[in-house]
Design a protein around this ligand. Structure first.
Ligand SMILES: Nc1ncnc2c1ncn2[C@@H]1O[C@H](COP(=O)(O)OP(=O)(O)OP(=O)(O)O)[C@@H](O)[C@H]1O
Ligand SMILES: [Mg+2]
Length: 251
């Protein structure tokens, strides 16, 4: 039987009087790898803030793991990497290990009393993103793509059932984007983590996700990759509200 992880019903939201989301209905089942696409300002980050309870919808209901948002308390089941995951400058006084430990704070309080099992969790998370040799390196010495992996590790440290990522591949070069998608693919396939990924790089994404939704105030499209890639430039231009040219990725 399918199990609903996120259920949104008739969500509407406006900043002051500017409507951003209207009547959004969306269901994400356990095991899905959903790609959320749409034009800049289409409301993707706003929708994620509503899912995470950081903003309250004007209308509609949100359920997480089949519980109404207002009653939901198991936040450690959800890992989140934000669009503005701040990058660390050279000289920032924290190691990779310390940054990933911060992901545990929700569970154990401030991280000064890390027990051995917590230390192990932190190292496991760093290992999962293939960065173990950097565990005690200063975070500021890592490249942007490497830091992005560390943000994922921080989101993984509580063993989440759901991972939400808002444009995690910005500023990552082509080769590392592929590596990054392979990592997400593994987390989805091998660990059964449900994924919601906001992205603009629709070419690379379509090879890995199971579902695609396209948001521009309304949900304009929800289907599998096959149906998405069958959309014409005309369909996409209507959704995006400006001309869209499809770049075919041939591998
Ligand atoms: N705090 C705010 N106050 C007022 N308007 C806001 C606020 N945050 C976002 N907006 C507006 O809401 C709209 C949707 O923004 P949102 O960040 O959800 O878009 P997005 O789909 O995530 O875009 P992008 O692809 O550029 O990240 C935009 O027009 C934005 O200007
Ligand atoms: Mg956004």
């Amino acid at each position: 039987m399918t199990e609903s992880i996120i259920s949104l019903k008739d969500i509407s939201f406006a900043y002051e009087s500017k409507p951003i989301l209207e009547d959004v209905n969306l269901n994400i089942d356990r095991g899905a790898f959903m790609g959320l696409v749409g034009p800049n300002g289409g409301g993707k980050t706003t929708l994620i803030k509503i899912i995470l309870g950081q903003l309250k919808a004007d209308k509609g209901t949100v359920e997480l793991f089949q519980q109404p948002l207002a009653h939901f308390k198991e936040w450690t089941r959800i890992g989140f990497v934000s669009q503005k995951a701040n990058s660390f400058n050279k000289g920032f006084p924290a190691t990779v290990f310390e940054v990933v430990s911060m992901g545990l704070t929700a569970k154990i309080g401030y991280f000064k009393f890390l027990k051995r099992k917590h230390k192990q969790k932190v190292l496991e998370a760093i290992n999962q993103v293939d960065m173990i040799e950097y565990a005690y390196e200063n975070i500021g010495n890592l490249s942007g793509g490497q830091q992005q992996r560390i943000f994922i590790a921080r989101a993984l440290v509580n063993d989440p059932d759901l991972l939400i990522l808002d444009e995690p591949t910005v500023g990552i070069d082509y080769k590392n984007v592929e590596r990054f998608y392979n990592l997400l693919h593994q987390l989805n396939e091998n660990r059964g983590i449900t994924l919601l990924l906001v992205t603009h790089d629709t070419g690379a994404m379509t090879e890995h996700v199971t579902d695609i939704v396209c948001l521009n105030k309304h949900l304009h499209f929800h289907g599998d990759t096959k149906r998405y890639t069958a959309l014409t430039e005309e369909d996409l231009s209507t959704i995006y509200g400006h001309p869209v040219h499809i770049v075919k990725h041939n591998h």
